[in-house]
Design a protein around this ligand. Structure first.
Ligand SMILES: N[C@@H](CCC(=O)N[C@@H](CS)C(=O)NCC(=O)O)C(=O)O
Length: 239
């Protein structure tokens, strides 16, 4: 059995989608990041970066002690290796999938995260930040569109892979990011194809009842004022 430490956000969806795609049994352990539960000592022992998702595999390959993994990209690779699914074995295809997974982890995810922050959550509009991240997200969608035109199928080639599973949840937020998919026809084609997958739907639905309708003052404090001190205290005393 796998424990999935999770909250329904784009980074969380990557793993709920992967688990559903692989048909692996798992148990949901909610981490309410708006209430500061990412600083609970038990959670930090698994995920020292105080971010979800994280997993604990109680039945790892080869037996032995449970294996804990944090960082969604590492979790996707772990689950792909465990199941032999969604990561090609041939050298060239494998590194296509790897590099687009890293592109998501180092590019699209962080940039879209900042874009969303300055569009939706910043207490005042900061035009420079909105423009900076808006343009970068636009550029990244252009890169993705061109890649999908090259493959004519999935991000890393002919086969659906961990790269698609990592990228899709962030593209799911395109409206909030003020990205018009009509500008990116290949992304639109790919997005519609993935959205039609039952496992993707189940992954997106996991824990949707947990989502708060709006960002509360408590959540704002837990999420947006963190410093090294927050980590040292192991609690959301971030302000
Ligand atoms: N690079 C990390 C990012 C994870 C991440 O940013 N998770 C957010 C939710 S989408 C979180 O846990 N936020 C809690 C916080 O900011 O304290 C990954 O891909 O796993």
């Amino acid at each position: 059995m796998i424990d999935l430490h999770y909250w329904p956000t784009p980074n969380g969806w990557k793993i709920s989608i992967m688990l559903e795609e692989c048909g692996l049994p798992y148990r949901l352990v909610p981490v309410n990041i708006g209430k500061g539960e990412q600083f609970a000592p038990d959670f930090l022992a698994i995920s020292p970066n105080n971010r979800m998702p994280a997993i604990v595999d109680h039945a790892p390959a080869g037996g032995g002690a449970p294996v804990a993994v944090f960082e969604s990209g590492a979790i996707l690779l772990y689950l792909a290796e465990k199941t032999g699914r969604f990561l090609p074995t041939a050298l060239r295809e494998r590194y296509q999938a790897m590099q687009w997974l890293m592109w998501q982890m180092g590019g699209l995810g962080p940039m879209a995260g900042q874009n969303g922050h300055f569009l939706l959550y910043a207490p005042e509009k900061i035009p420079y930040a909105v423009e900076r991240y808006g343009k970068e997200v636009d550029r990244l969608y252009g890169v993705l569109d061109a890649q999908l035109a090259r493959t004519g199928a999935y991000v890393a080639g002919a086969d659906y892979s961990v790269a698609d599973i990592a990228i899709f949840p962030w593209v799911r937020t395109h409206r909030a990011q003020q990205v018009d998919l009509q500008k990116f026809p290949q992304v639109q084609r790919w997005y519609d194809a993935l959205f039609g997958r039952p496992a993707v739907k189940r992954g997106l639905d996991l824990g949707k009842e947990l989502r708060a309708p709006a960002l509360t003052e408590e959540a704002r404090k837990a999420l947006f004022g963190q410093t090294a001190q927050s980590v040292r205290e192991g609690a959301h005393k971030a302000s």
